[in-house]
Write a protein that binds this ligand. Structure first.
Ligand code: HEC
Ligand code: HEC
Length: 483
């Protein structure tokens, strides 16, 4: 394993991708799937036929549906893809270890591999098979409000002064884990307009064994579950003005739905940029979030987050971190490889429905529009390269009401606002992850439950859903499961 990695590294070091315009064009070619690629970007813009995007998608609808590469990739890109995949999938170990390619885990961390929280690139699960809180459901920590403008500008919030921005369930051998999180569910009963009953589960969280003392009194706990990693490279390609055109901050058209872009600090360029990723759209790029994950979730220092995730008060953590080699745990090329891998995963094609289900499917599709789901879950975007995609999201923030609110602000997102979750591939979540949990904290066990939690700007849509007949609900679900 190590020697294969080493070989791939040396190939990549010889010919770094994206370094020259030519290589950038090459990479773009692979995204556009042109049969004959030249070096002139202007020629690419003219290739707008739908066949050019054919291989950005996969017809695989098995548990590996989120793990296929777009094709074709050049040999160099394939190497980079495989390298990124391996660093995404391997379990990292504490340093020093005999294997330096993947050591540097911790000193404090939540899991030892990206894959743990994104199984087969799918969504995380809330509970383990034993009924305990899963590692892919983690707790973010931040002050409810803050007037520390410097921190707000840089991180989007003020972290707990002892524990930092996330509770680490694990520590290396000399460092105490921060605590053990626990989730409990309370059942809320409700019923559809036709009388059929449903049960939702409302989570509450506690942290047992807080090993470094109390949290700051202003600190609030915000749960987040690992997202499904579908079509990230394509979401990154949507033009900014295409996203902004759906904004309606003051609800001028008075449809009850506003939509607001988040702008976040991007540590790669040291500028503020449009946020597209994470549940509150506080990450500006796949690379940004990959680097943040390496730092926060696994304790891997990297060029975008050069320090270890120890606070000034965690002396054992600091001591351990200082004893590590003064190189990044995740150096630039490996971080780039992970981001390349995630950006070049094919999106599962919408599945065909059987002839006898066509009518129900069509009904479901029109209900998705009639119930106004489509105002936020925007079905179509065309990238500047002319690729039409259907992520079912506007990538904007919406107030989703008190029941979903976590009180935590991230840059421009307030405590009630969430990014519209893209819905492509949602019908495959269960197959890919083995279990399906939806919404930012995985509280919903079915797609229906996810809809029934909608409030705030989506309250009208939720109510309209609740009033559908059983047959209509089944049709909407059938549609959602194919997209
Ligand atoms: C301990 C669990 C955990 C681990 C380990 C983890 N992630 Fe995540 N990942 C999450 C959670 C939770 C979110 C949602 C974060 C948020 O909304 O703030 C997320 C979101 C993401 C996203 C954004 C997806 C989107 O559509 O918004 C990317 C990209 C990502 N992770 C990549 C990685 C990479 C790369 C690694 C390994 C270096 C990794 N993750 C390791 C839990 C994890
Ligand atoms: C006002 C905007 C808005 C409207 C209208 C809306 N949604 Fe959503 N939807 C969201 C947001 C924001 C989230 C994420 C909420 C969270 O995680 O707490 C979401 C989450 C979801 C999820 C869970 C996705 C996942 O992977 O966790 C599903 C399913 C969903 N919406 C379906 C629908 C359907 C069906 C309708 C119409 C009946 C609808 N939505 C209407 C904004 C909206």
């Amino acid at each position: 394993m190590e020697s294969i990695l080493a070989l791939q590294m040396s190939q990549i070091q010889r010919k770094p991708l994206f370094k020259t315009m030519k290589n950038f064009t090459l990479a773009l070619c692979s995204l556009l799937i042109l049969t004959a690629c030249s070096d002139s970007p202007s020629e690419h813009a003219e290739q707008k036929s739908s066949q050019t995007s054919a291989n950005l998608f996969t017809t695989d609808s098995s548990k590996n549906a989120f793990s296929k590469a777009i094709t074709p990739l050049t040999h160099e890109e394939e190497d980079l893809f495989i390298l990124g995949k391996s660093f995404f999938s391997i379990p990292w170990v504490e340093s020093p270890a005999s294997t330096t390619a993947r050591d540097g885990l911790g000193p404090l961390f939540s899991a030892n591999t990206c894959k743990h929280c994104h199984p087969r690139n799918g969504a995380g699960v809330a509970l383990t098979q034993e009924g305990e809180m899963s590692r892919s459901l983690l707790l973010r920590l931040s002050h409810k409000t803050s007037d520390n403008q410097m921190l707000l500008n840089k991180n989007g919030f003020e972290a707990d002064s002892t524990y930092g921005s996330q509770l680490s369930r694990n520590g290396n051998h000399n460092v105490l884990a921060e605590g053990t999180p626990n989730v409990r569910y309370q059942e809320i009963k409700g019923h559809y307009a036709d009388g059929e009953a449903f049960t939702l589960r409302q989570p509450s969280y506690e942290i047992k064994a807080l090993n470094y003392g109390a949290l700051d009194t202003q600190t609030i706990i915000a749960p987040r579950i690992g997202s499904a990693l579908v079509g990230l490279g394509l979401l990154e390609k949507i033009a900014e003005n295409d996203i902004l055109k759906h904004e309606d901050i003051d609800d001028k058209n008075q449809d009850g739905i506003s939509g607001k872009a988040n702008y976040a600090f991007d540590p790669e360029t040291n500028t503020t940029k449009l946020g597209r990723f994470t549940w509150k759209a506080s990450a500006t790029s796949v690379k940004h979030q990959s680097a943040a994950a390496a730092h926060n979730d696994m304790g891997l220092s990297n060029p975008l987050f050069p320090r270890h995730n120890c606070t000034e008060k965690q002396t054992d953590c600091l001591k351990e971190a200082q004893s590590e080699e003064q190189t990044f745990d995740l150096p630039k090329q490996r971080l780039d490889a992970i981001a390349f891998y995630l950006s070049h995963l094919a999106v599962p094609k919408a599945r065909e429905v059987a002839e006898e289900n066509k009518e129900a499917y069509e009904e479901g599709k029109s209900l998705f529009t009639a119930l106004n789901c489509i105002s936020c879950h925007v079905s179509e975007h065309t990238t500047p390269e002319g690729i039409t995609i259907a992520p079912y999201s506007d990538l904007l923030l919406h107030d989703m009401g008190e029941l979903l609110a976590d009180g935590r602000s991230e840059f421009l997102a307030n405590g009630k606002e969430w990014r519209t979750t893209p819905l492509w591939g949602i019908g495959l979540y269960q197959k890919v992850s083995g279990e399906a949990n939806y919404l930012h904290d995985g509280r919903a066990r079915t797609i229906q439950e996810a809809i029934l939690w909608h409030g705030g700007e989506a309250l009208k849509s939720k109510e309209a859903f609740r009033k559908l007949s059983k047959k209509q609900r089944a049709s909407l679900l059938m549609f959602l499961e194919t997209i």
